[in-house]
Ligand binder design. Structure first.
Ligand SMILES: CC[C@@H](CC(=O)C(=O)O)C(=O)O
Ligand SMILES: [Zn+2]
Length: 307
């Protein structure tokens, strides 16, 4: 991945999250200690024959898109395709090493897994996970996403609306993380767009005419390897690259709902401002029912009120 900024802050390593909604790489947590032996052959033998969602890309980039929003943008061309297949079929395609085809398995762990995987899953250090949840006042755990990627795959910059303990089991991933206050440097797509929550900027070929503030972007960088757990705070932007030369990557996410907001304290923090911007944009889109007119309408609203 090309340098996108002069100097990134290195994500600090700690033994736990620190209640400050700051990213940390937690070392030695054994959060997924019972899965440290997972590799492609073991998963083939024990994941069972359920179907797994496998994404394909011709560029190696896997920019997420929401299929339900595709009708909002008739000209939208999906950057990836996906199909459901058994884990065994996924691994046999992976081992064909067809350079023009990049594939990435992303599937919530569910009850189709075999008894060995179920045992491993039950063996996760749930005390550690729930201790972080209580300490940070997160909401309930919503899902564990199993990620198995070819080396070199990239998930472009985006943010999620949940707290995330990202556990690395095999291989190495480089994370770029950006505070929610970098929002204006990352030019998110409009909410009605299929690429909602994704950055419009291609980090490899940034169009600085269209996205001038991208050159002001400041962020964090960290590499997670086996046994590391990265805490990705909600609304923090992140771009993820499975590093070449270390084989396939196997990761498992622990997504938690946000902490309930009891009392609003001013000034609002950047994440709260993102939530408010999203709500306002949704209200306008629902009222106007005309996505094409949204940008003009919002520009008129802001320019009209300028003093
Ligand atoms: C979803 C894929 C991505 C991780 C991520 O974005 C997250 O866990 O929020 C990655 O590892 O390539
Ligand atoms: Zn994410």
């Amino acid at each position: 991945m090309r340098r996108y900024q002069e100097k990134a802050t290195i994500i600090p390593k700690r033994l736990e999250t620190s209640q400050s909604q700051q990213p940390v790489i937690i070392t030695g947590s054994d959060l997924v200690g019972s899965a440290y032996h997972w590799n492609l052959d073991y998963l083939c033998a024990h994941l069972g024959y359920g179907l797994y969602t496998v994404y394909s890309s011709t560029s190696g980039k896997f920019k997420y898109y929401d299929e339900k929003k595709v009708p909002n943008v008739p000209s939208f061309k999906p950057p990836t395709s996906h199909t459901d297949m058994t884990f065994q079929d996924f691994v046999s395609i992976l081992r064909q090493k067809n350079d023009s085809k990049w594939i990435y398995l992303q599937q919530p762990l569910n009850d189709t897994v075999g008894p060995r995987i179920e045992m491993d899953f039950k063996g996760f250090n749930w005390d550690f996970a729930y201790r972080q949840m209580k300490k940070n006042r997160w909401g309930p755990l919503t899902s564990n996403l199993l990620l198995v990627g070819m080396e070199g795959v990239i998930t472009p910059a985006h943010y999620d609306e949940q707290e995330n303990l990202f556990a690395q089991i095999q291989g190495y991933k480089r994370f770029l993380l950006f505070h929610p206050d970098q929002f204006e440097c990352l030019y998110p797509y409009p909410i009605f767009h299929p690429h909602d929550r994704q950055s419009q900027v291609d980090f490899d070929e940034p169009d600085l005419k269209k996205f001038p503030l991208f050159s002001k972007l400041k962020g964090y960088e960290g590499i997670v390897g086996p046994k590391d757990v990265l805490y990705i705070p909600m609304y923090w932007w992140h771009q993820v690259e499975s590093l070449q030369g270390h084989g396939e990557t196997i990761s498992c996410t622990f997504w938690f709902k946000a902490a309930p907001t009891e009392k609003v304290v001013y000034p609002l923090n950047a994440g709260q401002k993102v939530a408010i911007m999203r709500n306002i944009e949704k209200m306008i889109a629902d009222t106007l029912k005309d996505n094409k007119n949204m940008p003009h309408f919002m520009k008129t609203m802001v320019q009209g009120s300028a003093d």
